[in-house]
Design a protein around this ligand. Sequence first.
Ligand code: UD1
Ligand code: MG
Length: 481
Amino acid sequence: MNIVILAAGQGQRMRSALPKVMQRLAGKPMLQHVLETALSISPKTAPLVVIGHGAPLVSQFLMTFAEQNKATLKLATKIDTVLQAKQNGTGHALLQALPKLNPAVPTLVLYGDVPLISPSTLKRLIQLADGVAGQDSALALLTQDMVDPQGYGRIMRNSAGEVTAIVEEKDATRQQRTIQEINTGMMVLPSQHLKHWLKALKASNAQGEYYLTDVIAMAVKDGVPIRTTQATNVWETLGVNDRAQLAALERIAQQEIASNLLSNGVSLADPTRLDVRGKLTCGQDVFIDIGCVFEGDVSLATGVQVGPNCVLRNTQVGKRVIIQAFSHLDGAIISDDCSIGPYARLRPGANLANDVHIGNFVEVKNSQLGAHSKANHLAYVGDATVGKRVNIGAGTITCNYDGVSKHQTIIEDDVFIGSDTQLVAPVKVGRGATLGAGTTLTKDAPANQLTVSRTKQVSVPWQRPEKKVLAKKKLSSKGKK
Ligand code: UD1
Ligand code: MG
């Protein structure tokens, strides 16, 4: 099979500098959704993407996508592109792809702006074109009955119910516009006819474009059977032409993600207040409170609880971890039984062993913390290796940056760091050491000793000055009494 994805259009109605197919839905460009679906139904077919508007950006994206998915894509598969320099319509777009298509196998046409089409619906469409034993292969068309068909091409049928043509809305008569069966754009075409059909297209229509939809009437004329089927869910066929449609489709995509999570045994406080912009993998009995956003690849192991309004990006969370409200986790690895937040921030390279506690207003970046260690309040731990059972007091800061380079802090097992301590890196705190509150550590602290740097405490007699205005006010209020 050939698979062609039409993705050259500008998407004027989006009013964006970005090519339409690069607009994100559930965290991924719309084109990526279509590519992933294409590869899932036919992993050995190299999809051919017709690019045009914003071609450098789109082809850069395709290269990165292929690179990132090298392992899962079969060696025989690469993503090929063809340039449609001027966007003269969907028929013109497919014509550009023609030289790269194998005429001996059917061609599946997908749209870069119809992102939620499901693999099962497409498989059904492909089977329909194949036909059953004794039948000729056909042109298979995915149509949809829509309550509000506005904006779509309408399917014309004769009195016998056979498809005769597709009429675009802008070319349709008032009566034709009342037809509720629409063209989703997705079709499987018999490739041997394509050269003849596509070259015969005319642009004499309301939009002055070469419509791919005009090949339907040509197929009828050539006696090619046309069979239609509809998608399992209407939303699979919704196209995105403007931001309102994109926002509406985003909600549908999120609803689908939420209902899949629920049926896989995840508890959601409110399925309508969850956003997954990437891939979220959950173990058993995971609970997610309202307002959480998951980006990139996130995994939550068995028994994890995520409090309200947390953001988790590219993060792995171990069993029974509790993440409390308003925590922001990015690029972190969290082992079993940790407790995070509320208001914690874990940045890339934060790697927590079992039973680590990170409390409110604590930021951890590029640092390992050993088992049972705690930083419960107001701390910055950056570029540090922290041992086991370490207690990091409130207000502790690793001064890791000298304005040019980052330096390491090493804190060995069983260290106790008093509040408001600055560790000026590179520096090392030996096993079992105690740092007194307020210490500015500039040299290594020896094991098992108390190290403290602090100015001596003095007390002198002192009369605190009073503000003059305040003094007057006091007098006048006395006068009133
Ligand atoms: C198209 C169909 C319409 C259908 C609707 C479904 C035609 C003429 N019309 O209309 O019947 O109901 O989709 O969503 O086919 N593209 C190119 N090159 C071009 C023009 C478009 O690659 O020159 C690509 C676009 O990037 C997009 C797709 O083709 O991915 C559809 O184009 P769009 O302009 O959105 O067509 P619609 O007006 O939605
Ligand atoms: Mg469209």
